[in-house]
Design a protein around this ligand. Structure first.
Ligand SMILES: *[C@@H]1O[C@H](CO)[C@@H](O)[C@H](O)[C@H]1NC(C)=O
Ligand SMILES: *[C@@H]1O[C@H](CO)[C@@H](O)[C@H](O)[C@H]1NC(C)=O
Ligand SMILES: [Ca+2]
Ligand SMILES: [Ca+2]
Length: 321
């Protein structure tokens, strides 16, 4: 980033920390309705598994525990997951748990946002309440802070938020019930929001506005070359990914259907994959279900603690020498 941009970004950021537009807060594009923001690479760390298994907030709590405390709490969680009390945790039970944890996280997030935006405490959020607090500066016509471009950007974001709000607001009274506000904040969780999520993604990536995403648009969404540097290997891999996995009908472009399959795949459920993964990695006797002992034996993967992470760091450094 050039210095001017850095400055503008910091200035903008500082003024919007409390109520940021949804696009900024969530990352622009909803790449998958995923269980964690961390990469799922167990050879590096188990952050993804921890967040999937415990939730984003809980996993931070576990990071503070000693290994002993961590295991003890994990034992109690295992009793809860084993809903038919047969002492085995099956993939079905684990899947139900992961879905419960994810739902709890969404619900807690909505609670927080409601507290922030529902000024008149009527258990719903009107567009006026939301836009006043998120785009107040813009609506009040405060000029001094923005240059034209920033103002334009925020105006666009507001338009987009308004469109999303209207879409989430099923009865069209511009007042979002808790359920409708949830659809506004977490559209990837709702079937009736899916088309709009695809539209927003397309608008973000389709720079030339022809309604489809070509491989260069796809790449420039994640990477921009600096000077003459050769394209890094991961970018080359992404190009291949685009041709092999994104462009399903092999016409060299990604259309709405392909974008939808990319960001909200209907035949790929993160929770299901994660449940099977946790079982596979811990199931010593290969009976496709886990005992408490099997889970505690592999407790590192399910939960964590700072002590462990420290240990892992040591191992990794050791490996490098
Ligand atoms: C399993 O045990 C828990 C706690 O003791 C109890 O609340 C629950 O009803 C039991 N479930 C079944 C299916 O027996
Ligand atoms: C929004 O802001 C306007 C202007 O400041 C104010 O008159 C109005 O009451 C506010 N509405 C809500 C719902 O906060
Ligand atoms: Ca069971
Ligand atoms: Ca295009």
């Amino acid at each position: 980033m050039k210095p001017l941009h850095v400055f503008l970004f910091l200035a903008l950021y500082a003024s919007w920390v409390i109520c940021k537009p949804t696009q900024e807060k969530k990352g622009r594009v909803h790449h998958n309705k995923d269980l964690s923001d961390h990469q799922h690479d167990d050879s590096k760390d188990f952050q993804y598994d921890h967040e999937a298994f415990l939730g984003k907030e809980e996993s931070k709590t576990f990071d503070q525990l000693t290994p002993e405390e961590s295991k003890e709490r994990l034992g109690k969680i295992v009793d809860k997951i084993d809903s038919d009390n047969d002492t085995f945790v099956t993939a079905t039970e684990l899947l139900a748990w992961i879905k419960f944890v994810h739902g709890r996280w969404v619900s807690e997030d909505v609670d927080k946002q409601m507290l922030l935006f529902d000024k008149n405490k009527d258990a719903s959020v009107s567009w006026e309440e939301y836009s006043n607090q998120t785009y107040g500066h813009l609506l009040a016509g405060e000029e001094e802070f923005y240059d034209i471009q920033d103002k334009d950007t925020y105006r666009k974001m507001m338009k987009r938020d308004e469109r999303r709000f209207k879409h989430a607001d099923k009865d069209g009274d511009m007042i979002a019930t808790r359920e409708e506000f949830t659809a506004f904040l977490h559209p990837e969780e709702f079937d009736y929001m899916k088309d709009l999520v695809v539209t927003e993604t397309l608008e973000d990536i389709d720079k030339n506005g022809d309604g489809i995403v070509d491989v260069n648009e796809y790449i420039s969404d994640m990477y921009s070359a600096e000077g003459d540097e050769p394209e890094p290997d991961w970018v080359k891999t992404e190009r291949k990914q685009f041709l092999d996995f994104r462009d399903l009908n092999k016409d060299g472009k990604m259309d709405r259907t392909e974008i939808s399959q990319w960001i909200l795949p209907h035949d790929y459920d993160h929770s299901d994959i994660e449940a099977k993964h946790l079982i596979y990695e811990s199931d010593k006797d290969r009976d496709e279900k886990l005992t408490k002992a099997e889970i505690l034996d592999n407790w590192n993967m399910f939960v964590g603690s700072q002590a462990t992470n420290y240990g892992e760091d040591l191992t990794r450094r050791h490996d490098e020498f």
